[in-house]
Design a protein around this ligand. Structure first.
Ligand code: IMP
Ligand code: MG
Length: 179
């Protein structure tokens, strides 16, 4: 598995420091408010698990699954809801926790869906952002790291469902995803 990694982009230590930083920002911003964190399966799960442990205010956790990617490393632009929550979010503050915002289609779709259900507010917390790849404009409220236009894996992010368990974020060797 490590042989397929070109280089480490974000180390375990950097991830740990960043999740602490974002969690304390969130804890401060939502003090005295009702908060639901929605982790996006599967990529956002590792990040969501780390961040919620560091949030110091009462909150609930839910999960949703969406897909915009097939097996290829390029987005189709068509987003489908694969797993929904079964609780009402009406009047509540929602933070969507995602692994990476690339074209922006996925987060655009989800934000609209959650606002249509009358959430009080919908914020996006993403570990990574690839601004150079954006196709639709989208406001990101909490961003871990901006990354260059390279295919990255680890810490929840996959290629063909693998590498999610790597404890760091690394650049995948081109030969792995272009074969
Ligand atoms: P978007 O709708 O194009 O913003 O797509 C976001 C989704 O694409 C993420 O949730 C990831 O599943 C996937 N994705 C985009 N770039 C990468 C990458 O570099 N590595 C792994 N998955 C990625
Ligand atoms: Mg994903």
């Amino acid at each position: 598995m490590l042989n397929d990694i070109e280089r480490i982009l974000i180390s375990e230590e950097e991830l740990d420091a960043k999740t602490s930083e974002l969690a304390s920002e969130i804890s401060e911003d939502f003090k005295g408010e009702e908060l639901i964190v929605i982790g996006i399966l599967k990529g956002g799960v590792v990040f969501a698990a780390d961040i919620i442990k560091k949030i110091s205010i009462p909150m609930e956790i839910e999960f949703m699954a969406v897909s915009s990617y097939g097996k290829e490393s390029e987005t189709s632009g068509v987003v489908t809801l694969k797993k929904d929550i079964d609780t009402s979010i009406a009047g509540k503050n929602v933070i969507v926790v995602e692994d990476i915002v690339d074209s922006g289609y996925t987060m655009k779709y989800l934000t609209k869906l959650l606002l249509d259900r009358h959430a009080k507010s919908v914020k996006i917390c993403t570990l990574l952002s690839k601004p150079s790849r954006r196709k639709v404009e989208i406001d990101l409220d909490y961003v871990g790291f901006e990354v260059p236009d390279e295919f990255v894996v680890g810490y929840g992010l996959d290629f063909d469902e693998k590498y999610r368990n790597l404890p760091f974020v690394g650049v995948l060797k081109r030969e792995v995803y272009s074969k």
